[in-house]
Design a protein around this ligand. Sequence first.
Ligand code: FAD
Ligand code: N01
Length: 543
Amino acid sequence: VDTENGKNIEEISSNMIDVVIVGAGFAGLYMLYRLRESGFSAKIIEVADGIGGVWHWNRYPGARCDIEAMQYSYSFSEELQQEWKWSEIFPTQPEILRYLNYVADKFDLRKNIELKTQVNAAIFDETHSRWEIQTSRGDRILAKFCVMATGCLSASRIPSINGLETFKGHYYHTGRWPQTDVNFSGRRVAVFGTGSSGVQIIPIIAKQAKHLFVFQRTATFTVPARNKPLEPEYEQWWKSNYAEHRKQMLETITGCLALGMKNCSAMSVTPDERLQEYEKQWQKGSLNFLGSFNDLVFNQEANDTAAEFLRSKIREIVEDPTVAEKLIPRGFPLGAKRLSLDTNYFEAFNHDNVTLVDLQQAPIDEITPTGIRIGNKNYELDDIVFATGFDAFTGALFKIDIRGRAGKTLRDKWADGPCTYLGLMTSDFPNLFIMTGLGSPTVFANAALCIEQNVDWITNCLVYLRTNHYETIEPNTEAENDWGKHVNAVANFILFSKADSWFNGANIEGKPRVFMPYAGGVNNYRKKCQDVVVNGYQGFILA
Ligand code: FAD
Ligand code: N01
């Protein structure tokens, strides 16, 4: 009998399954589907009261995807991709959440999903080679394998600002938006944060609020989304040859098909030609702007030309030149903080009811019961919105007490920064798979496609272990170190590492500065993962 929890070992053992998956977002749902299809018993544990992950939590007004939904969607079922109809190029959060719920119903996933349950601990039992998963319900589930599908951007973060607890109004985080309607009509609202979430929510609140104060710490680059209803011809173009298009997406760096891009250096054309190309891409909209030329992400001189073009657009759009100058990003390359797609973001600052507060001129002193104080100035507020981002990649993982061989904790192992092999596993934590975008290209690419690739790899790996009667798999430290060095080398080559951002942990106080995602492209990453398999799971120890 386990005296501490009052359950006997037999009772716990009857809870034994092949795989526990933590998280019911894009990743967890497809993982469950593939595992069941391959004959494994599996179950998802999800802390939220619904499925959908990011699309469950980020219900803030204006939330939508910024990769075309025809591409940012599952490819595993031809029937699904033919029958689902997206209404817009970049649909809203409710529509994407409806889609994920549709997927859960269509493939009968819910019977293996436990909602409103947090995984608190995952402990590896070396004697029996199994994971014990401890949940907030007091359950202890035994599993041969555990998959952390806990999300790269799921641990939302409100900065610690003096006095927040005294504030008498409401405050919200975009990544934990309430399920009830929030109406800002007639209210005085502050928004912190001008990353992708801020860029989406600010124009909407600007339309509703009596007054909106945007507290900006770092100005941001954006490209217009130019979102529109999905035209039947375009939809038909995709659907008439979906499988082939999806195959082509796998061969790209970003996991997206972008037609009509120039494959030459920005410096190889005349200044006029360069401007024409930027104008063309800007008019088209979309994140493809960063691919206007093939060297914008690693050639500073080239990058400067694109950044300057976007700065000129801010000057054109924002009517007050003083406000425009404050909104112009400087001091880091374009793309080093993730580029955002916007709909009327800079235009919002032309409204009389919107005030930009530049925190670089003077930081906040405190939040008071009725607002925010900076020096002698008090901003009277009813609501505060934190669009202040996430403890990315490791945040959700570190909330779980994960212990591998000899009781070693993941937090200790990664105290100086995470290290993985292919982003999928880490040594001394056998049979634990990680799908949070660490050491993989997910956050620089079409996440849905990257997730499918990871899930397929993990499923094939488990089938291989079963067929060949292996009990455990884990990377060897040499392979893990080599992968870490490679991820770093690529990060140093491109310009994305040259800013404080969530890519390198700079947004979280005390977090080690390590560039966490892999910027070498979806195509190269996929090839590496395939080669590892072809070479008999090279770099892994199978026992
Ligand atoms: P998530 O969707 O984050 O799901 C993880 C789940 O794990 C969550 O439901 C969480 O509650 C659960 N969980 C975590 N810890 C525990 C625990 N201890 N116990 C139980 N459950 C737990 N990517 C794109 O490619 N294109 C886009 O347009 C795009 N838009 C985005 C918009 C927003 C607002 C955000 C925040 C991200 C966006 N992303 C986008 C990136 C996004 O992270 C991925 O596209 C994708 O949704 C990630 O899916 P996931 O299943 O890996 O993680
Ligand atoms: O978070 P962020 P996000 N005082 O970390 C500011 C995806 N996503 O939620 O730069 C004042 O990017 C911070 O300022 P600074 C996408 O991958 C996609 O916006 O640290 N300000 C920054 O401006 C994205 O990259 C979509 O100086 C403070 C902002 O808060 C990722 O999610 C939509 C502060 C945080 O920006 C995260 O985006 C939304 C403080 N104390 C999200 N602390 C799509 O469109 C932080 N900030 C698909």
